[in-house]
Design a binder for this molecule. Structure first.
Ligand code: VGL
Ligand code: ZN
Length: 198
């Protein structure tokens, strides 16, 4: 059975010039497009927040971007406003080959909870529906690429492994934010979870 390529959050706001730019985020677009040819299914995720999303520092008095707060569902990094529904920042990078996508999965659309993972919101229990989609299509092997390695890619990969999928993260086709050592931690955690790296 062929594998699914899951392309995480290849959106303008995560690329240079965007609101939450990941260094080198745009460098991986061509490689991701090329990788689509090897996959039996291509799935794109799209971070998709209302303008008053709780993950935005702008929604909290006296808080600055990159600070961490205790949300009801656990620690939450406060981000600059990004990927606001319908905005240019939320659009896919213009060179990403979106025509190959079988499914575009939006996440983070509920105001009161963030969703890094493509599988669960940040309470780690509210499903996005992606697990059912993959299982009903018989897709058990997953390749993950995209942005950011240490947040949405890592959270998606760890959830996928926990759900029993066979997961590989192609780090050359990912770029990270690296907040207080989050890159090294994410790679270690993924390896410990049995995820193939590289
Ligand atoms: C992401 C922070 C906030 C990501 C999304 O795609 O990794 N990071 N929203
Ligand atoms: Zn977000």
């Amino acid at each position: 059975m062929s594998h699914a390529l899951i392309v995480i959050d290849m959106q303008n706001d995560f690329c240079p010039g965007g609101a939450l730019a990941v260094a080198g985020g745009d460098e991986i677009v061509a490689g991701i497009n090329a990788r689509m040819a090897k996959a039996g299914a291509v799935i794109l995720t799209q971070d998709w927040h209302p303008a008053d999303h709780t993950s935005f520092a702008s929604q909290h008095a006296d808080r600055a971007p990159m600070e961490v707060i205790d949300a009801p569902y656990g620690p939450q990094v406060l981000w600059p406003d990004h990927c606001v529904q319908g905005s240019d920042g939320a659009a896919f990078h213009r060179d990403l080959d979106t025509t190959r996508a079988d499914l575009i999965l939006r996440k983070g659309f509920r105001r009161e909870i963030d969703s890094y993972s493509a599988f669960f919101e940040n309470d780690q229990s509210t499903p996005t529906g992606l697990e059912g989609y993959l299982r009903t299509r018989g897709l058990t092997r997953l390749e993950l690429v995209g942005l950011a390695t240490d947040f949405c890619v890592a959270w998606s990969a760890r959830d996928a492994a926990r759900l029993g999928f066979d997961v590989r993260v192609l780090t050359e086709l990912c770029r990270g934010i690296d907040l207080d050592g989050s890159m090294a931690r994410a790679i270690d955690d993924m390896r410990a979870a049995g995820i193939t790296i590289g």
